[in-house]
Design a protein around this ligand. Structure first.
Ligand SMILES: CC(C)(COP(=O)(O)OP(=O)(O)OC[C@H]1O[C@@H](n2cnc3c(N)ncnc32)[C@H](O)[C@@H]1OP(=O)(O)O)[C@@H](O)C(=O)NCCC(=O)NCCS
Length: 334
C-alpha cells in the first residue's frame, strides 16, 4: 500500500477521476440513496474549502498502483483548533486489506504535527465504517439522523402562517450588506444546539463568516435561499433557516441549519421558517424535487417539526472521537 498526498488546489485529472470513482463507489455501497456528486462538484469541493478550514487529502494505491482509497483531514481554526475532522473512504472490494489503516496513519500524523488533541469522524451506522470505529479505541460522541422530504408531495396550502408579531424576509444568493449583522446574529443562536460529548466547538458566526460563506457557495456553484424571521416590536432577528440548491443539479437540494433565538422560542418559528422555504421552492424552483437534512438525533423538537412537514428518516450516523495521543504511540511518533 502506498499513500501519497494530493494538493486540492492543483488536483490532476487522473487524481480527480480516482477520487471521484472512490467517493461515488463508497456512497453507492454504504449510502445507496445519497445523491452522487459530479466530478465538477468534487473539484469545486477540493479547490474551494469550507470557511475556516484547511483540508489535506491523500490517495492510497494498492501494490499494483491502483487507487483504492482516499482520506481527508479538515483542520479548523479559531475555537475549534484543537480538533480535526477525518474522512476515510476505501473501495468496497478492497476493504480489510489495510488501506484504511494506512490512510488513518497519515491523517493522524498530520493531526499530531498540527497540534490537534482529537480527531473526529462520522460513519453511517451498521456499515463497515461503524464496525471499524467500534473495533478501535474511538468513543461515540454525537449522533445524527439524515431525513429526506419529497417536495412534490407537500401541500403548501396546509403550511403554517407567520405568528403575529413577526415578519419574514427572503434572501436569495449573496447577503445584502445591510443584513450582514442580522444574519450573523441569527446564526449565533446555534451555539446551544445539542452536540453531546463532542470536543468540537460551534463555529463563531460573525460578519466575516457570512461573507466567507457567500464566497464559498459562489465558488462551488451553490445557491443559498434564506428566510429570516424578524421580531416586529424590537426589530431584532428572531430566527433563520436556509436551503442550498446545487445550480447544475437542483433536483436534490439540502435544507441547512434552522435557528431560533432563545428569547423567541415556543412560537412555532422553526416550522414557519422551513414552511416559507418550501413555499418559495415550490413557486420559484420547480426543479427542486427533494430536500435532505441532517439533525442531531436527540434534537426532538426539530425532528417533530420535520416530521410534521413530511420528512422521512433515511439513516443514522455516529460521530466517533479519538484522542490523537492514543494513536501516536502506535504510529511510532512518540
Ligand atoms: C472504514 C473503512 C475506511 C475501513 O477501511 P479498510 O481499508 O477496510 O480498513 P483496514 O483494512 O485498514 O482495517 C483496519 C482495522 O479496522 C477494523 N475494521 C475495518 N473494517 C472493519 C469491519 N467491517 N468490521 C470490523 N472491524 C473492521 C479492523 O480492526 C481492521 O483491522 P484488521 O483487518 O487487521 O482486523 C472502510 O470500511 C470504508 O471506506 N467505509 C465507508 C466509509 C466510512 O464509513 N468511513 C469511516 C468514517 S470517516
Amino acid at each position: 500500500m502506498r499513500v501519497r498526498p494530493v494538493d486540492p488546489r492543483a488536483v490532476s485529472p487522473a487524481e480527480l477521476s480516482a477520487m471521484h470513482a472512490i467517493r461515488t463507489a463508497v456512497l453507492r455501497h454504504d449510502e445507496p440513496d445519497r445523491r452522487l456528486p459530479t466530478q465538477a462538484e468534487l473539484r469545486a469541493e477540493l479547490s474551494v474549502p469550507w470557511p475556516g478550514l484547511r483540508t489535506a487529502y491523500w490517495l492510497c494505491a494498492d501494490p499494483a498502483g491502483q487507487p483504492v482509497g482516499m482520506a481527508s483531514l479538515a483542520l479548523p481554526s479559531g475555537a475549534d483548533e484543537h480538533t480535526a475532522y477525518a474522512e476515510i473512504d476505501v473501495l468496497p472490494e478492497h476493504r480489510r486489506l489495510g488501506a484504511g489503516r494506512h490512510l488513518m496513519g497519515e491523517a493522524f500524523r498530520m493531526a499530531y504535527s498540527s497540534g490537534r488533541d482529537h480527531v473526529l469522524g462520522r460513519a453511517v451506522d451498521s456499515r463497515d465504517g461503524d464496525r471499524a470505529a467500534r473495533a478501535s479505541q474511538a468513543r461515540p460522541v454525537h449522533r445524527e439522523t439524515r431525513s429526506v422530504l419529497d417536495l412534490t408531495a407537500v401541500d403548501t396550502a396546509a403550511l403554517p402562517a407567520v405568528p403575529g408579531g413577526y415578519y419574514l424576509l427572503r434572501v436569495r444568493g449573496d447577503t445584502p450588506p445591510e443584513l450582514y449583522g442580522d444574519i450573523a446574529a441569527a446564526h449565533r443562536g446555534m451555539a446551544d444546539a445539542p452536540r453531546a460529548e463532542s470536543a468540537s466547538e460551534p463555529e463563531p458566526h460573525d460578519v466575516d463568516r457570512v461573507v466567507a460563506f457567500d464566497r464559498m457557495l459562489a465558488g462551488r456553484d451553490l445557491e443559498q435561499l434564506r428566510v429570516l424571521a424578524c421580531h416586529r416590536a424590537s426589530g431584532e432577528p428572531a430566527g433563520i433557516s436556509y436551503v442550498i440548491v446545487p445550480q447544475r443539479s437542483p433536483a436534490r437540494s439540502e435544507q441547512g441549519d434552522t435557528v431560533v433565538a432563545s428569547t423567541h422560542r415556543g412560537n412555532g418559528l422553526s416550522r414557519v421558517l422551513k414552511a416559507e422555504l418550501l413555499r418559495w421552492l415550490r413557486a420559484d424552483f420547480p426543479k427542486v424535487a427533494e430536500l435532505t437534512t441532517w439533525v442531531a438525533s436527540d434534537n426532538a423538537s426539530m425532528h417533530a417539526v420535520n416530521r410534521s412537514l413530511g420528512y422521512c428518516d433515511k439513516a443514522t450516523y455516529t460521530h466517533w472521537q479519538l484522542p490523537v495521543a492514543d494513536v501516536t504511540a502506535d504510529l511510532g511518533m512518540r
